[in-house]
Design a protein around this ligand. Structure first.
Ligand SMILES: [Cu+2]
Length: 128
């Protein structure tokens, strides 16, 4: 008789503890999961500099689909002529003292050269 009474009392008490624990752990889980937001990889500039030394720097630029690569032209005029690869962006005519962006929406390797200086070339490698 006494044991039955204790058992009846114990069940609601146990449920109360479970509910309390569930409620208490929820904020902890939220806090732990909140740390994942740091993925902002967009901070790295996809930039190629057409130097005054008749070279593209870097000669090979790695990027990924959906990124715009900015070609930076300094005082010396250069052009950027892409090989006829499917998905290659439009060429950039002779340019100096400016920056021109090209969007890469296709994965692959896109070689290019300067139409003014023989042997001045580079490539954009676009990951999926
Ligand atoms: Cu050039």
């Amino acid at each position: 008789m006494v044991l039955r009474v204790l058992a009846k009392l114990a069940v609601p008490a146990a449920l109360a503890v479970i509910v309390a624990c569930a409620g208490g752990s929820s904020p902890t889980a939220t806090t732990g999961g909140g740390g994942g937001g740091g993925g902002g990889g967009g901070g790295v500039a996809d930039q190629v500099i057409a130097t005054t030394g008749t070279a593209f720097n870097p000669a090979t630029l790695n990027t990924s689909v959906g990124h715009t690569v900015t070609f930076v032209f300094q005082a010396q005029a250069h052009s950027v002529l892409f090989d006829a690869v499917p998905g290659a962006p439009a060429n950039i005519g002779s340019s100096a003292n400016t920056s021109v962006g090209r969007l890469f929406n296709t994965a692959g390797t896109f070689p290019y050269q300067c139409g003014i200086h023989a042997g001045m070339n580079g490539s954009i490698v676009v990951a999926p």
